[in-house]
Design a protein around this ligand. Structure first.
Ligand code: HEM
Length: 162
């Protein structure tokens, strides 16, 4: 009973942090940075704050998702034994895809934010936004892809069609 409750809480926390992380990078990539690129800001300060906050959200979320995802994977999948194999079953492989995408999302945001802040510290406003936009857009696409992968697993679609 206790194990089930803990597992359910981990599952919920996994979903909530996934939504917060993917949603925040999507907003930055498709709203905030295009505004900065088009000259809507007159000082670097708000953009420095936004970039710092995105990094915090990203770092906390990535750790929470690694912990909760690892717990879910350990609970639901096996390696080499009976049951759903992490490496041999359709859903198990999708969990591994999720792990790779998780790394890509964290990496793209770290690199993007570092370059963006370096540009801002040179007192430039529009240029860093224009230059880092592809990185943040790629991160936003990875975030959406993670939800597609999660959806393929939990709706059973992957098992039905792959
Ligand atoms: C270390 C990285 C991660 C691992 C190991 C992991 C692992 C898992 C596992 C094992 C499940 C449950 C699969 C099942 O029901 O059989 C799951 C579900 C899910 N994960 Fe992840 N995950 C990771 C990162 C992420 C990230 C970064 C996101 C999105 C930003 C994400 C979004 C989801 C979603 C949307 C679901 C479906 C939840 C549901 O059941 O409704 N995961 N993940």
């Amino acid at each position: 009973m206790v194990v089930t409750v803990v597992s359910d809480v981990f599952h919920l926390v996994h979903l909530v942090f996934a939504a917060v992380w993917a949603g925040s990078v999507f907003y930055v990539a498709f709203v905030l940075l295009p505004l900065a690129r088009d000259g809507a800001f007159t000082s670097t300060k708000p953009l420095e704050v936004a970039s710092g906050k995105l990094k915090t959200i990203s770092r906390v979320s990535s750790l929470v998702l690694l912990a909760t995802g690892g717990h879910l994977a350990g609970n639901r999948y096996t390696v080499g034994g009976g049951g759903q194999d992490l490496f041999a079953s359709t859903n198990g492989r999708l969990v591994l895809v999720m792990l790779v995408l998780w790394l890509a999302l964290a990496g793209l945001i770290e690199v993007g934010a570092k370059r963006f802040e370096a540009g801002l510290s040179g007192k430039k406003l529009r240029e860093p936004a224009r230059e880092t936009l592809p990185l943040f857009r790629a991160a936003a696409v990875v975030g959406v892809a993670l939800f597609v992968v999660g959806g393929l697993i939990t709706t059973g679609t992957a098992v039905r069609y792959l």
